[in-house]
Design a protein around this ligand. Structure first.
Ligand code: PMT
Length: 403
């Protein structure tokens, strides 16, 4: 269970007799090297005390949504961001029903809605409750809505109430192993990944520049996903207003030429290079030392632009070329045709095509829809959150990369 080392696991406990096993689960996870925090529903506290879980996890237990002290420290949004995995064990019939209804009426359901972490449920309830049509419909609905949500169990056998059948929570050791398996796609362990993200700014004078609407979200999500997959990640970021993802080295740059220089300086032992940055193709040919002043009677102005270096093409054609080079293609029409042209022209291995004419995806949005275009393949994904798109891309790219 080496994969649990330093992983941040949020264990959610709901009200059910199996809650007593959660103490053992927390112990197993901590033993495996995970950093564990516990969130309990009010009903869970009827079965096991927060004090026990605090002692076992070594961290304060969270149980209320509106807790002033917690909001100043580790509030619900921080907790949602902190976690690598949210594992609810036991997940009661009531909790599953509330999730299926999309509710956020306590800390745990709110975290489920707010987190970008991996999600897992370990159902535990009486077998008739598990087999009840309502519970089964809720389970199906969640499976459709959250295809990445992992279901750990339930197990079948003798239950606390004496009935025999499906509905028993899996044993803590088994649950800890399943939690570890969530991270086993550590497909990039030992690999070096470089990602460019955000816009570039091309100065006209000391106060003006040419740029575009890239927020950096797609590139930052990719950096987080690559780090999650075990890679050593360097993120070369244009001017954006985003926090650096955990376990990622960040280099801030402003112009295309600075980004080019930073990218080329990384080459040597790079396994995967991904260009999500919206790099300005052109820059003003001269940079005025002083702010340009409008002259009396001036009705227009002409800027002469010169071409910037093509970063991704330089990387793909470099002597110390990374094993795999991936460009993005931001298109407003003929998505696949233009993406294919970029694949050839820039000599990259893959192009991730996205339609930036749409309002719901692309520049600045939290969602995207992409087609991963290879020499002889086209794989669509989304619409989905940029984090989900990033995880999918890392999975796809690393699979082909290993092949
Ligand atoms: O940052 P977000 O708000 O999350 O938005 C994400 C995004 C829309 C910016 C992203 O998904 C995206 O499409 N990025 C590529 C934007 C772009 O400049 O596309 P392009 O088709 O013009 O360029 C093709 C490729 O060449 C890109 O990989 C680009 O990084 C690279 N390029 C372009 C010009 C240049 N001088 N050097 C380059 O490396």
């Amino acid at each position: 269970m080496q994969t649990l080392t330093r992983k941040r696991i949020l264990v959610g406990i709901t009200g059910g007799i199996a809650a007593y096993k959660s103490a053992e689960l927390v112990r197993e996870l901590v033993r495996a090297g995970a950093d564990v925090r516990v969130v309990m529903t009010p009903a869970a506290k009827e079965f096991i005390t927060p004090l026990t879980l605090q002692a076992l996890s070594g961290n304060p237990v969270h149980h209320t949504l509106l807790d002033e002290a917690a909001e100043m420290g580790m509030g619900h949004i921080e907790l949602a961001r902190w976690a690598d995995l949210l594992l609810v064990a036991p997940a009661s019939a009531d909790f599953i029903a509330r999730l299926a209804a999309g509710m956020g009426n306590d800390l745990l359901t709110t975290l489920f809605l707010a987190t970008q972490a991996k999600l897992a449920l370990a159902p535990a309830m009486n077998e008739k409750m598990w087999l009840n049509a309502s519970t089964q419909a809720n389970v199906q609905q969640l499976q459709q809505r959250f295809p990445d949500l992992a279901w750990f169990g339930p197990d079948a056998g003798q239950q606390a109430c004496g009935d025999v059948g499906p509905g028993r929570m899996l044993e803590p050791v088994g649950l800890a192993q399943l939690a570890a398996s969530c991270f086993e796609q550590n497909v990039l362990t030992g690999r070096k990944v470089v990602i460019t993200a955000g816009p570039t700014r091309e100065a006209i004078d000391p106060v003006r520049y040419l740029s575009n609407h890239s927020s950096g979200k797609m590139g930052f999500a990719l950096a987080a996903a690559a780090a999650e997959a075990g890679a050593a990640v360097t993120l070369i970021a244009g001017p954006v207003n985003l926090p650096t993802p955990d376990r990622v080295d960040r280099l801030d740059v402003v112009s295309a030429r600075e980004m080019h220089e930073a990218a080329m300086a990384q080459l040597g032992a790079v396994d995967l290079f991904i260009g999500t940055a919206a790099v300005a193709d052109f820059r003003p040919d001269t940079l005025a030392d002083q702010k340009l002043k409008k002259q009396d009677g001036q009705s227009g102005m002409t800027l002469t632009l010169v071409q910037n270096p093509d970063i991704i093409a330089s990387v793909a054609k470099a002597e110390q070329r990374p094993t795999s080079v991936v460009a993005f293609a931001a298109e407003t029409q003929n998505l696949l045709e233009y993406a294919r042209r970029k694949l050839d022209r820039k000599a990259v291995d893959w192009v991730v095509a996205n339609d930036v004419s749409r309002q719901d995806i692309g520049f600045g949005q939290d969602h995207n829809e992409v087609v991963l275009v290879g020499k002889d393949s086209e794989r669509p994904f989304g619409p989905a959150s940029k984090h989900q798109v990033a995880r999918w891309l890392i999975e796809q790219l690393s699979a082909s990369f290993h092949a």
